[in-house]
Design a binder for this molecule. Structure first.
Ligand code: PLP
Length: 410
């Protein structure tokens, strides 16, 4: 997705000029988010649905922007479910994630969750017990961990090898035998989420082809009456080489071909994407407080840090950023600056791990300038340890939708 920084830059300038201290903020472009999700939804084959994985960013303006476009929300905790139901009474919700509590299963049953993604036989036992108590059947997908010959190599694997996620494929027969004896649980299909950070469209298509093959085989072997296949999330953002993003056009056209070739049109194929939906619309902004040399390297200290924006540390990358010059200079002495150098951007925490970018080339940066880190709309604020050192939280700025363009069906 091509990012247009103009709106963000204008908003950041307005915000900075009002501030009387170095500032930090998240700036989300809701119009960019709307356009992006509209494009994703419109390019999927008609048997496919896009759910949004709320864990990536559960801020209300983000959910409100997405709600008219997506088929529903995927939640992975009672907290996410309560938030979604408080604000979106009717939107379809699917509920996954490991270690669900009885209270979460019961809330899902009473709160009109469309499908529960079950992670173990023990979870099935407890769900069946709760369903009997409530006098209400539960519709489920079984989340399976498949041992595939070729699991694409990404930096975050949830399956294809021993992990805590899903049911190992070798136990499927046992689960199906159990389900035969428990009519209060209705098996609707299967769920897979084997990896995140997928950047290769062809590799992702091969993974989906393996899911399609496997589901067809199980269906025939066990004579299952199922229509649902959830292929998870996992499409990544290329933080290391931002110009080489996942090729969505190649993916969506390849998917249409694959669905046709493998005769999958009669299935409802669901995606539950998080990062690839909301990641592009967010920017983390920090103002430079200090610049200092140390043993041949140059450290630029910004207002904020990984307690606000943990994404680079969590993913182990040097996050891309650009410098926005700020001319205002309040002090009666010279302004520290550096030219044509490689800088390491750090935050205000008392730990050497508080690093956002390492040895990044810049032509000019001064104390008081702003650093803008794009691709900060998913797994950014929401995965950060906000209260470490008790610095204030950053501002959260949501650039509004353009007039009259926010309805899905216009
Ligand atoms: C089961 C499941 N579905 C969907 C997602 C969303 O993944 P992503 O944000 O990589 O699309 C995750 C992320 O961890 C997940 O565990």
């Amino acid at each position: 997705m091509a990012i247009n920084h103009d709106r963000v830059v204008a908003a950041v300038r307005r915000f900075t000029y009002q501030a009387d201290e170095p500032c930090c903020a998240y700036v989300y472009d809701l119009e960019a988010l709307r356009r992006h999700v509209a494009h994703l939804v419109s390019s999927l084959p008609s048997c496919c649905e896009l759910f949004y994985a709320v864990k990536a960013n559960s801020d209300l303006p983000i959910l409100e922007t997405l709600a008219p476009w997506v088929a529903g929300f995927e939640v992975a905790s009672g907290g996410e479910f309560a938030l979604v139901r408080e604000h979106f009474r009717e939107i379809p919700v699917i509920f996954g994630g490991p270690g669900k509590l009885d209270s979460e299963l019961a809330a899902a049953l009473s709160g009109k969750v469309e499908l529960l993604h079950v992670e173990s036989l023990w979870e099935l036992e407890r769900l069946a017990w709760l369903a009997r108590e409530a006098g209400q059947p539960a519709s489920v997908l079984l989340r399976l961990n498949l041992p595939l010959d070729e699991v694409p190599a990404t930096s975050l694997a949830m399956g294809g090898r021993a992990t805590q996620f899903g049911i190992e494929a070798g136990r499927l027969s046992e689960c199906l035998a159990w389900l035969d004896l428990h009519p209060e649980i209705r098996l609707r299909g299967f769920h897979f989420h084997l990896l995140s950070h997928q950047l290769d469209a062809e590799a992702h298509l091969r993974l989906l082809a393996a899911y399609f093959y496997q589901v067809r085989q199980w269906q025939e072997e066990h004579r299952l009456d199922i229509r649902h296949l959830n292929v998870g999330g996992g499409i990544g953002i290329n933080y290391r080489e931002p110009d080489r993003q996942f090729d969505w056009t190649a993916f969506s056209t390849g998917l249409a071909r694959l669905v046709q070739d493998k005769e999958m049109e009669r299935y409802r194929i669901r995606f539950e994407l998080g990062r690839y939906v909301s990641g592009f619309c967010g920017n983390y902004v920090m103002q430079v407080i200090d610049i200092k040399p140390c043993l041949g390297r140059h450290f630029v200290v910004g207002r904020g840090g990984t307690h606000h924006f943990r994404t680079p540390y969590a993913h182990g990358h040097s996050h891309p950023f650009f410098v926005l010059p700020v001319e205002r200079w309040p002090y009666p002495f010279a302004r520290p600056e550096i030219r044509d150098a490689k800088i390491t951007v750090v935050g205000q925490l008392c730990t050497p791990k508080d690093v956002l970018a390492t040895d990044a080339a810049v032509s000019h940066v001064r104390v008081g300038d702003l650093l803008i880190f794009p691709y900060a709309g998913a797994y950014a604020w929401h995965i950060s340890h906000h209260d470490f050192l008790r610095h204030p939280h950053p501002a959260h700025i949501y650039l509004p939708l353009e007039e009259n363009r926010h309805a899905a069906n216009q």
